[in-house]
Design a protein around this ligand. Sequence first.
Ligand SMILES: Nc1ncnc2c1ncn2[C@@H]1O[C@H](COP(=O)(O)OP(=O)(O)OP(=O)(O)O)[C@@H](O)[C@H]1O
Ligand SMILES: O=P(O)(O)OC[C@H]1O[C@H](OP(=O)(O)OP(=O)(O)O)[C@H](O)[C@@H]1O
Ligand SMILES: [Mg+2]
Length: 281
Amino acid sequence: MLRVAVPNKGTLSEPATDMLREAGYRQRHDSRDLTVIDAANDVEFFFLRPKDIAIYVGSGELDLGITGRDLTADSGAPVTEQLGLGFGHSTFRYAAPTGRDWKVQDLAGLRIATAYPNLVRQNLADRGLSADVIRLDGAVEISIQLGVADAIADVVGSGRTLRQHALAPFGDVICASEAIMITRAEGDVSAAARQLISRLQGVVFAQQYLMLDYDCPKALLAAATKITPGLESPTVAPLADPDWVAVRAMVLRSKSNPVMDALAALGAKAILASDIRSCRL
Ligand SMILES: Nc1ncnc2c1ncn2[C@@H]1O[C@H](COP(=O)(O)OP(=O)(O)OP(=O)(O)O)[C@@H](O)[C@H]1O
Ligand SMILES: O=P(O)(O)OC[C@H]1O[C@H](OP(=O)(O)OP(=O)(O)O)[C@H](O)[C@@H]1O
Ligand SMILES: [Mg+2]
């Protein structure tokens, strides 16, 4: 039976469970459950702290795991990133009190509080800097105010928490993170693990794309298919009116509005966008 780790708490927990459910896997209904067996798919899910997941997968105890790219990097566990899952996007950055133009070099000899000490030590070493790394578990933004640190390195989502504490990020992004699917670095990925990865890939793709359907005068078809080339090539079907055709093509969700504007400006009619639940490309 395939053994898969899923975040049991925190930002990644609910979207990870939702994505697995969308891919057809049985998930827990009670947030206190630590395991769920999906007999139909021959998979056992383990609900673990996201910080611990790379360690379980790296040691070979579990076959697959969903966790953050930043947490994986900090763990130092021997794992391979198989797939970006498109949620839990964040950046990991240095930050310090506003009112001064901070440079990373200014951190030399200072105290830096963080919940990701290995990631920070590695980044300082790469820059040839020596500083005192203070390991905290969370609420890192308050540590400067409380006098245990001069600067922090922490996860930034919207940036709201930093602003609330009169802190500003500086320096290059240390890690651009999102939720990822990991496997053990050593050894082959089993066929069962590959199947779960490909099902999740189908959901990730489906969330990134929309299906566009529209009617188009035959004379404009070449120009319209330039706007919506689809993945391979758009589907073109005849309509009752011999001067018109129906076109169907996948478009990136992020580009869908400008694409629909361009089609309408060209002369396409009845332009419909619909969600895709899952796919295999
Ligand atoms: N505000 C946020 N926006 C996006 N991703 C975030 C945010 N906060 C944490 N993450 C991501 O979630 C993962 C951290 O998992 P963690 O368990 O620490 O979640 P959490 O939400 O901080 O929960 P908790 O602190 O309650 O344990 C990291 O990959 C991190 O990049
Ligand atoms: O940029 P923002 O959108 O404000 O999000 C960033 C905050 O979110 C996370 O904190 P969380 O709520 O998980 O608390 P924690 O610090 O205890 O982990 C992270 O550690 C930051 O503090
Ligand atoms: Mg947190």
